[in-house]
Ligand binder design. Structure first.
Ligand code: TYD
Length: 136
């Protein structure tokens, strides 16, 4: 799938004097059903995460607090997304190389995923990734 299939999705936001409420329904607001949720927190300044691709996994990444950047790369093009609102999320399709950096202190990155954890779904070598997308 090309980079243009990955995009920011704006989520419903219910605001009143008590604060904001956002919700996500699998298959409705995001283009897959959710089988797993995980989150990154207490990320030390200067840390990088990601640096891999997934063969079949669909993901939706939300910045729940603070900010960070997601760099997506399909082997020919790159796009950087600055994440700093909890009512926006980035949909990441399968076979996309991703790199997360610029974590602010106290940031929380929540990821909704279409499958349970499976190490066999990862491509962790950049060389293997470029081969898989026909770029080497
Ligand atoms: P990894 O996906 O490499 O982290 P990131 O993309 O944020 O840099 O995962 C780090 C470690 O955590 C790795 O040993 C696999 C493990 N892990 C699980 O056991 N379950 C999960 O759902 C995830 C996402 C990771």
């Amino acid at each position: 799938m090309p980079l243009k299939d990955c995009h920011i999705i704006e989520l419903p936001k219910i605001s009143d004097v008590r604060g904001n409420l956002t919700f996500i329904e699998g298959g409705t607001h995001i283009p897959f059903d959710v089988k797993r949720v995980y989150y990154l927190y207490d990320v030390p300044g200067g840390s990088d995460r990601g640096e891999h691709a997934h063969k079949n996994l669909h993901q939706f990444v939300i910045c729940m607090s603070g900010s960070f950047d997601i760099l997506l790369d399909d082997g020919s093009e790159q796009k950087r997304f600055h994440m700093n609102r909890s009512y926006y999320g980035l949909y990441i399709c399968p076979m996309m190389w991703r790199y997360l950096d610029n974590f602010s202190s106290g940031s929380v990155c929540m990821v909704l995923a279409s499958e349970t954890y499976d190490e066999a779904d990862y491509i962790r070598s950049r060389q293997d990734y470029l081969k898989a997308v026909g770029r080497s």
